[in-house]
Ligand binder design. Structure first.
Ligand code: MSP
Length: 551
């Protein structure tokens, strides 16, 4: 006899309610990298944010209380130099550029719960607390540092990580980092060091025990081989006389905390760190009690900092490690790295003005690279726009238009599945799981392709069944309703599943289909779970979801 069958119904009910409550309170915490304010936002930045926002909205679709943290990375030499170049004080300069990143988030419908600026007092408090914890636990010591530093990457490199190169502009012989191609300079100073070398084995064990801690696999392998090649201790401060645009070392204000230690701590700041006590973490921030992060979304260029330094800092501070580092690849243009000097950088504001916010989000998530780079092109945005208009917008219009649907209803689910409906019925029934599995595996393009594969079948079904002929014959009313049911149901299911990527357009679509706000979660996308009854459609049937492009 199972333990449950021995329990009284009242006890079972209590269990069920408790479980339900537990499920309701599942949380998800997703982050974007925080953006350097040395230059204005470009399409690559938007990509990081859209992927993170898609994930956050996907968790919400599954019923979690989902949080998203984003912001700007404002300290360090790189920013200090950029401000000086612009004849501005560092803070004025940061205020201005940070605002443009916030505007980008707002324009792109990024549903952040916290926007962090590393120049905020709450962040300085979190960084100082983290530093003190690392020091208290014996992982920080004073030492002499000699080595190469790349201001562009804000990273130290060992002698075997740099090479000689010729500067394109000046034809001078210079030293560059092999990994990033950025110019490095020799630095020698006394600073504080973090015992990164102590974490070689613990990091390898973490990666080994958690196969999805670093995704995709090529990045995971790369990180593993970096660690196996050996980890040296890391300089985590600069003399204040060399760098004063940063947070001072709490116990020795003559030093400034290394900008990456400062920046990474933003993920804790958003969560109200330092917590008064671990059991009862109280926070004045909106992202309360959700440590560790579920997913840190990062670009491939900053994997080392997130998959080696960050977990090592957290282990040293005895804090739980993030569940996943999700690294995306980059966007190139004309197969070349996007760069201002080459003039091949896409302005995200301009692109969204031309094609609309949701279609651009859709393009980025559908075609963006994870393991490998994706090549950005407006022709491909247009192609994706046409899919949206042709497959989804069109089916919605045709199935809800007064000519075929004069009573403005979504017909009830047919009693039996007829032979002509079987293929579409099966595709619809299988889709939510396929989508969910793809999103869980972070194969967003695959999940979206499955939605459009179903829509292609739905359009074919509609076309093959000629509802315009059925509408002419009152004896065919039942069949017409069945055909309309399948078309509208396909739009409803696609609409629910596409919400994380096209939030505003899918809100319009679902409202038009008369789907109440409380019936738009992933579990509502399963046709078999809920018997569909006839439902009135919503208002404003005339709006065109994806109007013809002017271009
Ligand atoms: N400030 C650091 C991150 C600190 S996180 C604790 C930083 N900032 S960044 O502004 O340079 O880059 C932010 C993100 O934009 C990175 O994830 C980076 O990979 C991404 N992209 C920058 N150029 C890109 C492309 N061309 N394509 C796709 N993403 C790109 O690094």
């Amino acid at each position: 006899m199972s333990i449950h069958s021995r329990l009284r119904p009242a006890v079972l009910l209590r269990h069920a309610i408790r479980n339900q409550r537990r499920m309701k309170h599942s949380t998800a915490y997703v982050t974007t990298p925080i953006y350097y304010v040395n230059a204005v936002p470009h399409i690559g930045h938007l990509y990081s944010s859209v992927i993170a926002d898609t994930l956050k909205r996907y968790y919400a679709l599954k019923g979690a209380d989902a949080y998203l943290c984003t912001g700007t990375d404002e300290h360090g030499l790189k920013i200090q130099q950029a401000a000086a170049k612009n004849n501005a004080s560092p803070l004025d300069f940061c205020d201005r550029v940070s605002e443009s990143f916030r505007q980008l988030c707002d324009a792109a419908d990024i549903s952040y719960t916290t926007f962090i600026r590393t120049t905020e007092p709450r962040h300085a408090k979190a960084v100082a607390a983290l530093w003190t914890e690392l020091e208290k636990n014996g992982y920080i010591y004073k030492g002499k540092h000699e080595g190469w530093y790349a201001v562009s990457d804000e990273a130290f490199y060992a002698s075997n990580q740099v090479k000689e190169a010729i500067d394109e502009k000046t034809s001078e012989k210079v030293m560059v980092a092999i990994e990033s191609g950025q110019r490095v300079e020799w630095t020698e100073e006394e600073n504080y060091k973090f015992k990164l070398s102590a974490f070689q084995e613990p990091l390898l064990k973490w990666i080994n025990d958690n196969p999805t801690a670093i995704v995709p696999g090529n990045r995971r392998n790369e990180v593993t081989s970096w660690i196996k090649a050996g980890l040296s201790d890391l300089s985590v401060s600069r003399l204040r006389s060399r760098l004063d645009w940063g947070i001072p070392v709490p116990s020795d204000p003559g030093h400034t905390i290394y900008v990456w230690l400062d920046a990474l701590a933003n993920y804790l700041t958003a969560n109200g760190y330092p917590w008064p006590n671990k059991e009862n973490s109280v926070s004045d921030s909106q992202v309360a009690n959700v440590w560790p992060a579920d997913v840190h979304v990062v670009g491939k260029d900053i994997v080392r900092f997130h998959a080696i330094y960050w977990p090592a800092f957290l282990m040293a501070a005895q804090l739980p490690l993030p569940k996943q580092i999700l690294a995306h690849a980059h966007w190139t243009m004309g197969k070349q790295k996007m760069s201002k000097s080459r003039g091949n950088v896409a302005d995200p504001f301009e692109v969204m003005d031309t094609y609309g916010v949701d279609p651009v989000r859709y393009y980025l998530v559908r075609d963006g690279g994870f393991a490998d780079d994706g090549d950005y092109s407006e022709d491909n945005i247009i192609k994706r726009y046409k899919d949206l208009a042709g497959q989804l917008g069109n089916l919605l219009n045709r199935s809800t238009a007064p000519a075929l649907n004069p009573n403005a209803i979504a017909p009830a689910m047919p009693q039996n599945v007829g032979a002509r409906d079987q293929t579409l019925h099966a595709k619809l029934a299988a889709l939510p799981d396929t989508y969910d599995q793809s999103f869980e595996a972070r194969e967003f393009g695959k999940g979206l392709a499955a939605v459009f594969d179903m829509l292609a079948e739905a359009n074919k079904h509609f076309q093959d069944n000629k509802p315009w002929d059925l509408a002419k014959d009152p004896a065919q009313k039942e069949r017409l309703d069945q055909v309309l049911y399948y078309a509208i149901e396909s739009c409803r299911v696609a609409g629910i599943l596409l919400q994380p990527v096209l939030p505003s357009k899918m809100d319009t679509l679902l409202t038009r289909l008369g789907v109440p706000k409380g019936k738009r979660s992933l579990s509502d996308a399963q046709p078999s779970r809920e018997k569909q009854v006839e439902r009135p459609l919503g208002e404003s049937r005339e709006t065109v979801l994806f109007p013809r492009l002017k271009k």
